[in-house]
Design a protein around this ligand. Structure first.
Ligand code: SAM
Length: 478
């Protein structure tokens, strides 16, 4: 992140969507927003509307079938709602895209549905049930910020919780196809404001397309003002017209110009990666690469599978600053992500448990810090809450003499067993040894082990903690 924390939206909990339920024309039950007095999707047939407006409006079946780039195809959206649009994009990707293609979905939502409401809304489409279950299982806490969901090996969903214009202005990435959803402009003019269109244009890749159900003047003018060409197309059901089009000239990305060193290099998919260090960072990087079909050699001087574990238990622990700073945002996002990730890596919970973690206010200074943290952050109680000593004792199951911060969703992991489990991911080969030297060569790197063994790799991940700067090539790193 390149912006000072003062420019970022607050780190806070979000109000959930207020819904009522109606019976649509097919006899299925669908959600209506009581706040916006508008439907989440067509009363006639929500899925058919999504396919018509957003999927075909962006020509996705043809574009995904032709997708041969090493980078993922990126779909962006302005109102996630029930996720129906994104689940349909995922289904379209699976039907049409070649096997090596990847899909990155990016959506924003200011009033996230409650998990049960999400499940209820999506139950109207049994053909999407498996995908809906993946989404519902990982549905994040209603906390402002970015939540990454790994929908499957090839599909990632980044949910940016907060106002669409604010969140998309912070987006560090480029979108190929936009779904402009978010209730009718007449019912939700605040969302369809000029800043939204500016952010859409700034985050558009050259040639990016858009489609939207609405033909409102505010949308046509907003799109045209930032460089999108729009045209009318037949709408779905009772809606006579919709809009679709593409960006003609994406504006210069000022944020990128200000910090060009953050611009990632073009994607070049390696065939073989060497990872030095088989601790949690190295083993999880190795597993993530292997899941993307890349061969990985994971090197460590210790074979953890054969050792008596020395670290029996590690806490999923965050200490958040009393005043929000960039580290707090990162750590909290990390805690919530780790929870979702662990639930996927080990659904049986044999390597971890969400037991909750108490941070005791063991001094007056710490109690004051905890009190001001709570006063400054309106986060959901399911994420963090303050407990007095009686409630803390009840949560801990033993007597606690001080107040505490309770992270009910945090817990513990067995770090060594987790590393061994990750290292057993198909595609990861473990090599015991000590890397003594690292040399850049024409097609990548060579690694020389203490035993004299030489390993060649296209790329190297160094995850050996304090030893990371111990090679001539890395000595200059901080
Ligand atoms: C019509 S629903 C979207 C339907 C959705 N795309 C689907 O597949 O179910 C509109 C969504 O936009 C969200 N929304 C409204 N104003 C917003 C804003 N300013 N920023 C982000 N999301 C907003 C609403 O909470 C709602 O979930």
């Amino acid at each position: 992140m390149s912006r000072p924390s003062a420019a970022l939206p607050p780190l806070t909990g979000l109000a959930s969507a207020c819904l009522s339920w109606h019976h649509d024309e097919n006899g299925t039950v669908g959600p209506v927003s009581t706040q916006f007095d508008d439907v989440y999707f067509s009363r006639h047939d929500g899925r058919a509307e999504t396919e018509h407006v957003f999927i075909h409006g962006n020509d996705l079946p043809r574009r995904l079938a032709a997708w041969t780039h090493p980078r993922p195809f990126v779909v962006g959206e302005s109102g996630f709602g029930t996720g129906l649009n994104m689940l349909c994009a995922w289904a379209c990707f699976e039907t049409h895209a070649p096997p090596q293609a990847r899909l990155h979905l990016v959506s924003t939502e200011r009033f996230p549905l409650l998990r049960d409401d999400l499940a209820r809304a999506l139950s109207a489409w049994p053909e999407l049930a498996t995908r809906a279950e993946r989404l519902v299982q990982q549905w994040p806490e209603p906390v402002a910020g970015v939540h990454r969901l790994l929908l499957d090996e090839r599909v990632t969903l980044d949910l940016h919780f907060g106002d669409a214009a604010e969140r998309l202005a912070l987006l560090d990435g480029q979108v190929d196809a936009w779904f402009l959803d978010g209730f009718a402009p007449a019912k939700n003019p605040e969302m369809w404001r000029p800043e939204l269109f500016t952010a859409l244009a700034a985050a558009s890749r050259p040639g990016a397309t858009f489609a939207t159900f609405t033909c409102a003047g505010i949308v046509k003018r907003g799109l045209a003002a930032v460089g999108f060409a729009w045209r009318k197309a037949p709408g779905y059901g009772r809606k006579r017209e919709m809009l679709k089009g593409e960006i003609i000239l994406p504006p210069r990305n000022e944020r990128r110009q200000a910090t060009p060193w953050f611009t990632p290099p073009d994607v070049k998919i390696p065939q073989h990666v060497a990872v030095i260090g088989a601790g949690i960072a190295g083993a999880s990087a190795a597993a993530a690469l292997a899941r993307r079909g890349i061969a990985v050699t994971l090197i460590d001087r210790f074979d953890r599978a054969r050792l008596e574990p020395t670290h029996l238990q590690g806490a999923l622990y965050v200490k958040l600053a009393a005043d929000t700073n960039l580290q707090s945002r990162f750590y909290l996002a990390g805690l919530l992500h780790s929870r979702r990730w662990l639930a996927q890596v080990d659904p049986q919970q044999s390597l971890w448990q969400p037991s909750g973690v108490l941070q005791l206010g063991t001094s007056e200074k710490e109690q004051t810090r905890q009190a001001s943290f709570l006063a400054n952050h309106a986060l959901p109680e399911s994420v963090v809450r303050g407990l007095d000593s009686t409630a803390a004792s009840a949560a801990a199951g033993i007597e606690v003499k001080t107040p505490a911060l309770d992270y009910p969703n945090a817990g513990w992991v067995k770090p060594v067993e987790l590393c061994v489990h990750l290292a057993s991911t198909p595609g990861v080969t473990f090599q015991q040894g000590e890397v003594k030297a690292l040399h850049a060569v024409a097609r990548g790197w060579t690694l020389t082990l203490a035993s004299g063994t030489i390993i060649e790799a296209d790329q190297v991940v160094i995850a050996s903690a304090s030893e990371a700067s111990g090679y001539a090539e890395t000595a200059a790193l901080p």
